[in-house]
Ligand binder design. Structure first.
Ligand SMILES: [Zn+2]
Length: 250
């Protein structure tokens, strides 16, 4: 059932703000596809010299308005600067955003479609990803309607220095952290889920698993809590992202 939970946003207006903020911040802005008459956009900016390659995505669930707006706020705030080379897909499900639904207009959860590629959105996104190098860090930005606080998933198969605790610590200064020992059926501790087992064996792949299979050995899925006010959720996601970026660029 495609429940409408979030007030619908105009994806075309949001994309046009993202495009102009991106162009102003020196990004190359391209459309790699379209959905429901709205372009699927990617923003890229290469910085000379050895720099970490950072990939960020949002807006794959249309009932989660804070994530794309947190990327817009960081873009407008000049966060995506010369410390890194950037790859940003800020709004992957315009039809869902327009309708306020998790799924796209055909009822598909795009964040379960990275193995079988049934939707035109994810086929286009995967084609775009295939044209790009591996990432030193990938962050998929989400929020959760059932959670009482912020939490995150970490996929870190190479056991690189974790960014999870610093992100939780930054957010916890002004936003509740989900204390549950079990979140979405997975063991959690202090708002951190480190899935056990081989995620690549799952039947349906979210974006983060595709990224682990093909593009990165360090990824995070951030989840703010939709029960809190939108501005606070945006602030929590911004704080987590700023912390991860600062750590990976240090
Ligand atoms: Zn989500």
């Amino acid at each position: 059932m495609a429940a409408v939970k979030a007030p619908p946003l105009d994806p075309i207006a949001l994309v046009s703000r993202l495009e102009s903020a991106g162009a102003k911040a020196g990004f190359k802005v391209e459309a790699f596809g379209s959905a429901g008459g709205c372009p699927l956009i990617a923003l890229t900016k290469r910085t000379g010299g050895p720099r970490p390659r950072i990939y960020l995505s949002a807006g794959i669930h249309g009932d989660e308005p804070a994530p794309p707006q947190s990327l817009l706020a960081l873009l407008e705030g000049g966060e995506f600067d010369a410390r890194a080379t950037w790859f940003i897909c800020p709004l992957l499900n315009p039809e869902g955003i327009a309708r306020g639904t998790r799924e796209n207009a055909s009822g598909l959860d795009l964040n379960r479609d990275y193995r079988h590629l049934e939707s035109p959105e994810i086929r286009a996104h995967v084609r775009w990803l295939e044209r790009h190098p591996n990432f030193d860090l990938a962050v998929c930005v989400h929020e959760d309607w059932e959670s009482t606080g912020f939490y995150l998933y970490e996929l870190n198969p190479a056991k690189r220095p974790s960014l999870a605790e610093p992100m939780i610590s930054a957010v916890s200064r002004f936003f509740p952290i989900d204390p549950s020992p079990l979140i979405e059926g997975r063991e959690a501790k202090g708002g951190i889920i480190r899935p056990v087992g081989n995620p690549l064996e799952r039947e349906k792949w979210p974006e983060a698993i595709y990224l682990q299979a093909h593009h990165t050995n360090l990824s995070y899925t951030l989840e703010s809590a939709s029960a809190l006010a939108l501005e606070r959720r945006i602030a929590a996601l911004r704080a987590a992202l700023r912390t991860a970026i600062a750590r990976i660029c240090a």
